[in-house]
Design a binder for this molecule. Structure first.
Ligand code: MAN
Length: 349
């Protein structure tokens, strides 16, 4: 179903597994999905998350790749082992629910398009894996253009947890890592593209692991993009039967529109179904929420969103404003990248 303001591209997905070359002959690409991107010098640049598993000759054995200084090391898990839990396709857990490993390894590669529909995906990662913090992979990039540089926030995953790292590029050819800016457990971090009252701002999503607190959206500020403070809780997941009862996380880089800052975010329900909503934040004081969508503006309803490496998922990371229209590139079922065009006037009406 399409609504008045949401127009999915009819030939979705626009980038899929077949467009991606595996890292080597022992690996199989299982997804190209959550991507951060911008429109720059007439081209669309997307930094895409590529997930790969190791090819196993024995169907009962799951081989999990992790990065070491000598290349990939494979950890073997027997799918019939009753001591491990593979019920979530993304992880290998023990019987107590502790994550022993991710089931795939993710890296970040650049995809470039002249027309916004046809993309070429690079064969190599654009940002190197840092073994100290990313031996389990790099995930879910977002890009913000700030003062003529492009800043990339992404999740760094290792056995020590998931934190948020920052990298910068001026040309999408050379990239410089600026280190981890938020320690575990944190992800879903988007930078505001402009300073507000001489400070940089970001939205992020800490996940308290105990029984106190929820996985909600927070807002922080900084004077140098590296050191962040003034942490404040911005908005909560909604309780009960809601489409966003379990957790929420910022999706795309905030867009400045006349009404304020427009931010698309994902909400997860109790069945781990990922849908999309939006927030409108005050332009001068982003701590003030002017509007929050009550119902999802997009849910996983198409086959390519309902079924994949992690099913029932739409995951927005890129929204680009062209006149009165937003062009969004989103991850579908942790398998593909899709495009949806969103008409602003009907969305905000
Ligand atoms: C988590 C992240 C995302 C992923 C969703 C759905 O939020 O790991 O990368 O898309 O789960 O699996």
């Amino acid at each position: 179903m399409q609504t008045n303001h949401i127009q999915r591209y009819e030939d979705n997905p626009i980038i899929s597994i077949k467009d991606v070359k595996p890292t080597n002959n022992n690996m199989e690409v299982v997804g190209i999905f959550n991507c951060g991107g911008v429109f720059f010098n007439g081209k669309t640049y997307l930094i895409c998350r590529i997930a790969e598993i190791a090819i196993s000759k024995d169907k009962d054995i799951l081989l999990v790749p992790t990065m070491t200084k000598n290349g990939f090391s494979m950890t073997k898990y027997n799918r019939n082992d009753s001591d491990i839990d593979l019920s979530d396709s993304r992880t290998v857990k023990d019987k107590n629910g502790r994550v022993l490993n991710l089931s795939s390894f993710s890296s970040l590669r650049l995809a470039i398009s002249e027309d916004g529909y046809h993309f070429n995906v690079a064969d190599e990662p654009c940002i190197d894996t840092d073994l100290a913090k990313e031996s389990w992979g790099m995930e879910d990039p977002r890009v913000a253009k700030i003062e003529n540089k492009f800043y990339i926030t992404y999740s760094s995953v290792s056995k020590n947890g998931v934190g948020v790292s920052l990298a910068v590029t001026e040309d999408f050819i050379t990239f410089k890592s600026l280190g981890m800016i938020l320690p575990p457990t944190n992800k879903d971090t988007v930078l505001f593209p402009e300073c507000i009252n001489s400070k940089y701002y970001m939205l992020h999503r800490p996940s308290p692991s105990g029984k106190l607190g929820d996985s909600d959206i927070w807002l922080s500020d900084s004077t140098d993009l590296i050191h962040w403070g003034n942490h404040k809780h911005l908005c909560s997941s909604r309780e009960g039967e809601s489409w966003e009862s379990m957790k929420i996380g910022a999706g795309s880089t905030p867009i400045r529109i006349p009404e304020g800052w427009l931010v698309f975010y994902h909400g997860v329900d109790k069945n781990e179904r990922y849908s999309m909503g939006y927030l409108l934040l005050d332009y001068n004081n982003p701590y003030k929420i002017l509007y929050r969508s009550k119902t999802p503006i997009m849910e996983p309803i198409m086959q390519y969103e309902k079924s994949g490496f992690f099913s029932e998922t739409v995951f927005p990371c890129t929204a680009i404003l062209f006149g009165n229209k937003i062009v969004m590139y989103y991850g579908a079922a942790d398998s593909n990248i899709c495009r949806v065009d969103i008409k602003l006037d009907t969305l905000l009406r």
